[in-house]
Design a binder for this molecule. Structure first.
Ligand SMILES: NC(=O)c1ccc[n+]([C@@H]2O[C@H](COP(=O)([O-])OP(=O)(O)OC[C@H]3O[C@@H](n4cnc5c(N)ncnc54)[C@H](O)[C@@H]3O)[C@@H](O)[C@H]2O)c1
Length: 253
C-alpha cells in the first residue's frame, strides 16, 4: 500500500520505536495519530510532525475506541495503517528468591502488551472494513513482538509470553482478514536504542550488545520505522513475524 496520503495510527507513538515510526510515516506523507498514555510525549511528537495526539491506555477498550473515534473526527477517515508499539518491558522471576510469586506482573504485561495490541488491532480492523479498498488492499496492521518471543531470557516469562502471543496472532489474523484485504504482520526487534533500554541495568545492555553479530550495535529506532514502511509498501508480506535484530540470539541471561 502506498503510504502517502493515508491515515496512520501509531500506539506508543510518544517514545522510542513508536515515535520513530510516527516520524517516518509522516515523512512519507501519512497523516499520523500519535496514541500514547503519556499525552505530553505524544503531543510533542505530534506537534513536530503535524500529526494528531490522543491519550489512551491501550489496555482499556473504551479508551482505544475513543482514540479511534477522535482520529476519524480529526482526519475525516479511519486509519488504513495501524502500528502497535505501546508496550512495557517489566521483568521478574516466576518465583522470586524469597518465594514471592509474580502473577500480578504477568497479568499486567499480558494486559498491556498482548491485550493492548489486540484491542488496537480490533478497532483498526473495524475501521478498515468500512472503507473501500485502495487497489487490492484495505489496510495494514503491524504489531511489535520482540526477539524475546523466541529467545526469552531468565526473568522474561511474562514478556516473552506476551510477545509470543503477538507473533502467534499474525497468521490467524491474516487468514481471517484476507477476505477484507487487510494484512497483519509482526516485527520482532532485537535490541534497540530507546528509552525502554534505559530501564535495563547497564551491564545487561553491554552484555547483550556484545552478542550482536552485525551490525555490532543497538538498532536505531529509525531502522524500525523503515521496516514498518517496507512492510506497508510490499503487499506480499502477510501473516508472519520478521526478526529485525542484526542476527542476535539472546543468551539465557
Ligand atoms: N527497545 C527495544 O530494544 C525493544 C526490543 C524488542 C521489542 N520492543 C518492543 O517495542 C515496543 C516499543 O518499545 P520502545 O523501546 O519504543 O519503548 P518506550 O518505552 O520507549 O516506548 C513505549 C511507549 O509506549 C507507551 N505505553 C506504554 N504502555 C502503554 C499503554 N498501556 N497505553 C498506551 N501507551 C503505552 C509509553 O508511554 C511509551 O511512550 C514495546 O512493545 C517493546 O516491548 C522493544
Amino acid at each position: 500500500m502506498q503510504i502517502d496520503g493515508q491515515v496512520a495510527l501509531v500506539s506508543g507513538g510518544g517514545s522510542g520505536l513508536g515515535e520513530a515510526t510516527a516520524r517516518h510515516l509522516s515523512g512519507r506523507g501519512a497523516r499520523v495519530a500519535v496514541v500514547d498514555f503519556n499525552i505530553d510525549r505524544a503531543s510533542a511528537v505530534a506537534a513536530d510532525i503535524g500529526g494528531f495526539a490522543v491519550r489512551a491506555d491501550v489496555s482499556v477498550t473504551a479508551e482505544v475506541e475513543a482514540a479511534f473515534a477522535a482520529t476519524v473526527a480529526h482526519f475525516g477517515s479511519a486509519p488504513r495503517i495501524a502500528v502497535n508499539c505501546a508496550g512495557i518491558g517489566s521483568a521478574a522471576r516466576i518465583v522470586g528468591r524469597e518465594g514471592e510469586l509474580s502473577i500480578d506482573l504477568f497479568e499486567r504485561v499480558i494486559r498491556v502488551n498482548l491485550i493492548g495490541s489486540y484491542n488496537v488491532m480490533s478497532h483498526a480492523v473495524l475501521g478498515m472494513q468500512r472503507q473501500e479498498p485502495v487497489g487490492e488492499e484495505r489496510g495494514v496492521i503491524i504489531n511489535t513482538a520482540s526477539a524475546a518471543y523466541e529467545d526469552g531470557q531468565v526473568g522474561q516469562a511474562a514478556y516473552a509470553a506476551s510477545k509470543g502471543g503477538i507473533a502467534a496472532m499474525s497468521l490467524p489474523a491474516a487468514r481471517e482478514l484476507a477476505r477484507s484485504g487487510i494484512r497483519v504482520m509482526a516485527i520482532a526487534p532485537g535490541l534497540f536504542n530507546t528509552p525502554m533500554m534505559e530501564s535495563l541495568p547497564p551491564e545487561t545492555t553491554a552484555a547483550i550488545t556484545a552478542n550482536i553479530p552485525f551490525p555490532a550495535r543497538l538498532g536505531m529506532p529509525e531502522e524500525y520505522g523503515l521496516m514498518v514502511a517496507q512492510i506497508i509498501e510490499n503487499a506480499y508480506l502477510n501473516g508472519t513475524t520478521i526478526r529485525l535484530d542484526g542476527a542476535v540470539r539472546l543468551p539465557p541471561r
